[in-house]
Each structure stands twice: as C-alpha cells, then as structure tokens.
Design a protein around this ligand. Structure first.
Ligand SMILES: [Zn+2]
Length: 386
C-alpha cells in the first residue's frame, strides 16, 4: 500500500496511529534460555511416580530417569518441537539444551536441532553422558568414581562427538559428577578440549552431589557451563547457569549466585522457556535473599546469556507492553505478551519473521500442539511399562 503524503487527508490519522503503536509496544533483543531440557516438554501429564520420592536422587530415579528412558527419536523430535514453539512464543530465540535418552542416543541431537530449526529457534545441544545405566541395563542411582566407563557413557560421548564433527553448535554434556566415573569425566573434558567447546554439567544441584566440586576441579575451564551450583563447596572456573524455579520446585535450596565471582546466566531447567517469567522469578527470589538487590542484576544475567549466545542480540522481540526494555517495568509486569519475533535463519542468515500477531509463522501452532499431544500419550504409555 502506498504511504499517504504529508498533506493527504489521512496524514493526520496516520500520525495518531503511529503514536498509539509506539505507546503500546516495545522491542528487545531475543531472550536466551541458558539451560533447558527440551525432552521434558512432553512431561506434563506423565504418569505419577510409583512411590513418593524420598530424596533428590530418588526423585530423579522415579520421575526423570523414567521419562528419558521412555524416549524414542520421534518423541524427542516432537518434545523439542513443542519446547521450541513455546520458547519462541515467549520471545526466547536461543536455547542451550542438555539432553539424555538412553534408549535413543544416536541421532537424538540431530532430531532436536531439526525440530528447533523448523520452528525458527537456535539451539546449542549436548548429550548428557552418564554411567548410571550399567551395561546389563540396570539403573544405578550412585556411581563409584572408580568404576569403569559404561557402554552407555561411550555412546553418549560418541553422539556429542558426531554432532560436533558435523560442525553443529554443540557442547559436550555430562549429567552430574555423582552419576559419572572419573574416567567418564576425563573423557568428556578431553573431547571438549579437542573441539574447543565447554562441558555442560549439573553441579551440586542437591546435597547428594556435594562432592562435585572436588571431582570436577581438575578439569573445569572458563567455558564450562556449571548448572545450579547450589551446594558447590568451592570456586570453579566456568559460567553458572542459575535455575531458580527448578531449584524451588525441587526444594534443593537457593544458589546465591550473587555471592560468586563467576559470570551468571539464567536457565529454566526444562520448566518451559518463558525467560521473561524466569527473570521475574529470579528477581523476587534474589530479593528474598538480599532486599537491597536491584533489577539490573537479573537483567545483567540475561545480558550475559546473550553474550554467550550472541545470535540473540540481532533478534528483535516486539512486546505488547511499552516499557519491556526497562528493568524496573519488566520485573514487575506479569504476563507481558510477545506480539512479534524477527530473527535470522540459523543456516542461511536470512532475516525472517518467526512469530507474528502472537503465533508462529514457520509452523502451525495448533498442529504442533496436537501432534505433540499424540506423541505425549505414546510416551506416557511407554513410561507405564518401564
Ligand atoms: Zn538440568
């Protein structure tokens, strides 16, 4: 449509409309989820655990390790697609993912990457290597540091290596020190060094992993992503991924990220990917710990995550709220909705709109939700039989 000239009869109305738009929306760069588990997007509605979990490792055993064992490549793909869809609808354009699926290891990182690209979200993947599955298929809740590397850990390491060798955006994943042997931690560290990437690892999330500091200290580097660090007993080099909602949900304690010298970034730990919401929660949890803290601190954590995943800086998120970029507004404005997301294609770099008028452009939101729900039903049935 041709623009009206300044003296056209509609000129005055147009100027009024422009002013109205400027006062009802604002833009920010893309949000980054620095620690996600896209495989958990289909977890909602899953079967209840067979017994009440009595500890953090027991909860992992009864809930999350049952879910990851039930995943197939199809369910991983649809879980990632739903997770990516919900991320971008919330203005999150870049995800650092930590994945585990012991019965569908090979090709899992490709499935996640493909699903994210189809939605228009960038992802940095890793496979979380662990020795908790013995070679006979038995689950071991705690692994001896001196045990030998399991076949499962070797397969996970090979999946990371395969994905890195293909030139994809990836890291080397470790589940956590308490489910890994020393040999496995060393092998992950070595692979990461060879590919000049960091290791993405859960660190002292609960008291049960309090030995993580001493176990990881000989290997940790500045480019490692240290997730949680709630019970970390020393300083380690690396970036801390703070996940306040998950920590509160699991009752593991507050990580006190402002008391450490490390760079801090924010993650959801698999509970969605609405990082504006995560940021607000991080702020009030921080205020509960330190009532002098200011919104700039949690905004700094999001800026750090964008530095870690710089593609987000070029993305534009249009919010249906006029002061979305103002920390003092954003931390107290609940339900701030995303109107539009413009990003660059992860492969070609071509600019494109991935969300418009609050829904996805590259994929049909309704169709993705429907197919993901069908896949979730099959996944939950498999969990019942595990
Ligand atoms: Zn996690």
């Amino acid at each position: 449509m041709a623009e009206p000239s300044s003296d056209a009869p509609h000129g005055k109305r147009r100027r009024v409309n422009q002013t109205a738009t400027a006062h009802t929306s604002s833009t920010t760069p893309g949000m980054v989820n620095a620690h996600h588990h896209l495989y958990s997007a289909l977890a909602r509605g899953m079967p209840a655990p067979r017994a009440e979990p009595t500890s953090f490792p027991n909860m992992l055993e009864l809930v999350w390790w049952r879910l990851d064992a039930a995943h197939t490549l199809d369910s991983i793909y649809w879980s990632a697609k739903l997770g990516a869809l919900e991320a971008v609808l919330a203005g999150t354009t870049c995800i650092i993912d930590h994945h585990e699926s012991p019965n569908a290891v090979e090709g899992s990182l490709d499935a996640i990457q493909r699903a994210c690209r189809e939605v228009g979200v960038r992802v940095r993947t890793c496979y979380g290597i662990t020795d908790r599955w013995a070679d006979d298929g038995a689950l071991r809740v705690k692994v001896s540091p001196l045990s030998t590397m399991t076949k499962g850990a070797i397969r996970g390491l090979e999946e990371c290596e395969h994905h890195l060798r293909a030139g994809n955006d990836a890291m080397v994943g470790l589940h956590a020190a308490f489910t890994c042997s020393n040999d496995t931690i060393a092998a992950a560290s070595d692979l990461a060094e060879r590919h000049r990437v960091g290791v993405h690892v859960h660190v002292a999330e609960a008291i049960d992993d309090a030995a993580a500091g001493s176990r990881l200290q000989p290997f940790a580097r500045d480019n490692w992503l240290l997730v949680h660090t709630v019970h970390l007993d020393r300083d380690l080099p690396g970036i801390i991924a703070h996940n306040p909602r998950s920590n509160m949900n699991n009752g593991v304690g507050y990580a006190k990220p402002t008391t450490r010298a490390n760079t801090v970034v924010l993650g959801s730990d698999g509970i969605g990917s609405d990082m504006a919401e995560e940021l607000r929660l991080a702020y009030v949890r921080l205020r509960e710990f330190d009532s002098t803290a200011l919104p700039d601190t949690v905004y700094g954590w999001m800026d750090n995550a964008r530095t870690l995943f710089p593609a987000a800086l070029k993305d534009r998120v249009t919010w249906r709220y006029p002061q979305a970029a103002n920390p003092w507004h954003a931390v107290f404005t609940t339900g701030m909705r995303v109107e539009r997301v413009e990003t660059n294609d992860a492969v070609s770099g071509t600019p494109r709109t991935v969300v418009d008028r609050g829904t996805t452009v590259l994929v049909d939101e309704h169709e993705v939700r429907q197919k993901a729900a069908e896949e979730a039903k099959r996944l939950h049935e498999r969990m019942e039989n595990l």
